[in-house]
Design a protein around this ligand. Structure first.
Ligand code: HSE
Length: 432
């Protein structure tokens, strides 16, 4: 039986999960693939901490480059993350003609273009299934099952930390900071949570999906991203519920034929829709293809074994390609016509707006007049009495008809600058 040697770079949570999975299911994988997938090397700066998996100590080392150059390693699995040393190692592996499996969303979102170009030149595979959706085969679905479709849209709940926080805020009526602190204590959120709660982790994933679906390689620093911190509070969650919606941190990737929209923002989704029922740490991606119509992918978006499951699936694909002698040199597809990426503010949808305005004659007419002046039509408005009037200011919630985000923002800026305004408005798109 042909042996395929695997070298893992990074012995953290996912690295240890991959090692455990490869050891546990070695025979099963051999039956399924006709190849013996052998864990040959693991590199990490810390090789003394107990990772909860028993590996032969001779497998462990601290020099990741020596793993790449080891002739017994056929596939390099990069699980360090980030654009620093991980980027150097991925490039070194490709240069050495070794296929790479990685879960590194930041690296691919920011430098994917160059990495896939290099992989194509060298004729080696770069597989990255675990970079989006952890244990959910979203990338595989886009790459394989839906490959014959024009992808019309992808709506994704792609960050378990944010979904966990929003779910608890809604169910328990707790403020963001309280839930974040408790999530950190329970190990559901990182001590430094900004990558998650400010939306960047989701944005990296959105950029990878857009690259796969549309062949675009956006500069992620120019894309529209809003997280949940400082944006969503308990009142919004309650009002969203009253209008029949739930708030989710959503990645939206859409193609209208001429341009591609890629953005991340707290968004209202219908309570009876598929995405609204995705709660806690779970992730989901709702993909609409021109042939398939809507398909939903749901599961654990993070975690040791779920993420390892996807990494190992990629290892087996690469092993099959090595065995057939035909690396697919899998690269991001390119569209025949370059698609423009929509600028911030160009997206169109209905919007939810929560305003605080002076509880005085003419205030509501003044605010609605400003929306009208900016071409934004109001579909519904709600002001409760008397409890919502606080310190002489009233809370008014407005749902607009479809409008351009830039027009809504311009109206909100004008309202905020007026002496009638009692605070910063909250505004979310509605994904109907
Ligand atoms: N930190 C991410 C999450 C998982 O909370 O979903 C890795 O992308």
């Amino acid at each position: 039986m042909r042996e395929i040697g695997v070298g893992i770079l990074g012995f953290g949570t996912v690295g240890a999960g991959v090692a455990a999975g490869l050891l546990k299911n070695r025979e099963l994988m051999a039956e399924r693939t006709g190849m013996d997938i052998v864990l040959r090397r693991i590199a990490d700066l810390d090789i003394t901490t107990d990772r909860g998996v028993e590996v032969d100590p001779s497998v462990l080392c601290t020099d990741a480059f020596s793993v790449i150059s080891d002739p017994s390693v056929d596939i390099v699995v990069e699980l360090i993350g980030g654009c620093g040393i991980a980027g150097k190692l991925v490039r070194a592996a490709i240069e050495a003609g070794k296929p790479v499996v990685t879960a590194n969303k930041k690296l691919l979102a920011e430098q994917g273009c160059e990495i896939f170009k290099l992989a194509q030149e060298k004729g080696v595979d770069v597989f990255f299934g675990a970079s989006v959706g952890g244990g959910i085969p979203v990338i595989r679905a886009l790459r394989d099952g839906l490959a014959g479709n024009r992808i019309e849209s992808v709506h994704g709940i792609l960050n378990g930390t944010c979904n966990y926080i929003l779910t608890r805020m809604e169910k328990e009526g707790l403020p963001f900071e309280t839930v974040l602190k408790s999530a950190q204590e329970e190990g559901y959120a990182e001590a430094e949570p900004s990558l998650d709660v400010d939306g960047f982790d989701t944005l990296h994933k959105a950029a990878i999906i857009a690259a796969l679906a549309y062949g675009v390689q956006p500069d992620v620093h120019t894309l529209s991203v809003e997280g949940i911190r400082g944006a969503v509070d308990g009142a919004d969650i309650v009002y969203a519920g009253e209008f029949g919606y739930r708030i989710k941190l959503l990645a939206v990737i859409k193609n209208d034929g001429e341009s591609v929209e890629i953005r991340v923002a707290p968004t209202m989704v219908p309570r009876d829709g598929m995405l609204a029922s995705v709660s806690g740490v779970f992730n989901a991606a709702l993909i609409k293809g021109d042939l398939s119509d809507k398909t939903l992918y749901y599961g654990r978006g993070a975690g040791r074994l779920p993420t390892a499951s996807t990494v190992i699936g990629d290892i087996l694909d690469v092993a099959r390609n090595l065995s057939s002698g035909q690396p697919r040199a899998f690269v991001i597809p390119r569209t025949r016509m370059p698609l423009r990426i929509k600028a911030k503010g160009e997206e169109k949808s209905r919007f939810y707006v929560r305003l605080s305005i002076k509880d005085a004659p003419g205030s509501l007419a003044f605010a609605s007049g400003i929306f009208g002046n900016h071409g934004v039509s109001i579909s519904a408005a709600l002001q409760k009495e008397p409890g919502s009037s606080c310190g002489g200011f009233a809370t008014v919630v407005i749902i607009t008809h479809e409008a351009l985000r830039a027009d809504v923002d311009a109206a909100l800026e004008e309202i905020s600058e007026s002496p009638l305004s009692g605070g910063v408005p909250h505004c979310f798109g509605i994904a109907d």
